[in-house]
Design a binder for this molecule. Structure first.
Ligand code: SAM
Length: 281
């Protein structure tokens, strides 16, 4: 027998899940198969609570209202996106960058422009900044610019803060940590903050890769677009990859995530190493 005091957790009906799934796919490219229903439901239950709404009928009505579009849509996007990332994730990319790409590049260039197109909470851009700072020490006069974008404003706020739990930076060599990460003065606070110097030359911006890229410069040397295409279907991947190509300098590079490839996609790219592609136009 049901307990009359029990608070029932709101559930998404199949029709509601389909409606939200369609919306997410059409607007953000992210696929929402049936297997993601429980995940989406769980994440959105928090949004119901935050908005003091009783059920998903009320939430959906609010989300698509004019008020909801200005007040809730960004929170909805934050809840929908999966932000898993790490410092030095897929280390072969950074090895390639510092050992093969940069020495050659610096022969004829003094400034590199890199775009991290799904920057998440910032670990990717700060790993890049560390590697580029280290390279600069050996190559006086060399400099860099990093643009970090992501669809989630909330996750970019975390990137801007640059504060990470100590266990998340364990992978970084000690001498590098000492140089670029600041420990909290409070011994009980097990976090570090990236140094001010590491935050220089970095610009962050909210951006949907499915939307217009008009505000993005078109002279990048390298684009990191890692571990975001996996959420898209082939058609969307092709659209995004080709849009990214228009933002590269001739001969520029795109780095994809470990399980992503351009197999079956028509794009002006040539693979030169696993998950590393050169713009050939
Ligand atoms: C799994 S994280 C990858 C982070 C980092 N690039 C890495 O490889 O560690 C994927 C990121 O893509 C973002 N994302 C998802 N859909 C997007 C879209 N349509 N436009 C821009 N960013 C998107 C998510 O918010 C999330 O932060």
């Amino acid at each position: 027998m049901a307990n009359p005091n029990e608070v029932l957790t709101p559930k998404l009906t199949p029709a509601q899940f389909n409606r939200l799934g369609q919306y997410i796919h059409t607007n953000y490219g992210i696929q929402m198969p049936e297997s993601k229903k429980v995940l989406l439901e769980g994440r959105l239950q928090k949004r119901l609570k935050a908005n003091k709404l009783e059920n998903f009928t009320e939430y959906i009505e609010f989300l698509f209202s004019n008020e909801g579009k200005t007040r809730e849509l960004q929170h909805f996007i934050d809840a929908v996106s999966t932000n898993k990332t790490d410092f030095y994730r897929e280390p072969h990319h950074f090895k390639f960058l510092t050992e093969e790409y940069l020495p050659e590049f610096a022969r004829s260039n003094s400034r590199i422009k890199i775009w991290s197109a799904a920057a998440s909470s910032g670990e990717e851009i700060y790993t890049l900044a560390i590697e580029l700072r280290e390279f600069m020490e050996e190559h006086k006069g060399f400099s860099y610019e990093i643009l970090g974008t992501d669809i989630s404003a909330e996750i970019l706020q975390r990137a801007a803060k640059g504060i990470y739990e100590e266990k998340r930076v364990e992978i970084i060599p000690l001498h590098i940590k000492r140089k670029y990460l600041l420990k909290s003065k409070d011994r009980n606070n097990k976090t570090v903050k990236v140094s001010r110097i590491l935050q220089q030359n970095i610009r962050l911006k909210t951006l949907n890769l499915m939307g217009s890229l008009a505000g993005i410069p078109n002279d990048f040397d390298i684009i990191f677009c890692r571990n975001v295409l996996i959420y898209f279907n082939r058609k969307v991947q092709e659209k995004v990859i080709n849009a990214l190509c228009t933002k590269l300098k001739p001969g520029g590079f795109i780095f994809l995530g470990h399980s992503e490839s351009i197999t079956g996609i028509t794009a002006p790219l040539k693979q030169i190493a696993p998950t590393i592609y050169k713009y050939t136009s």
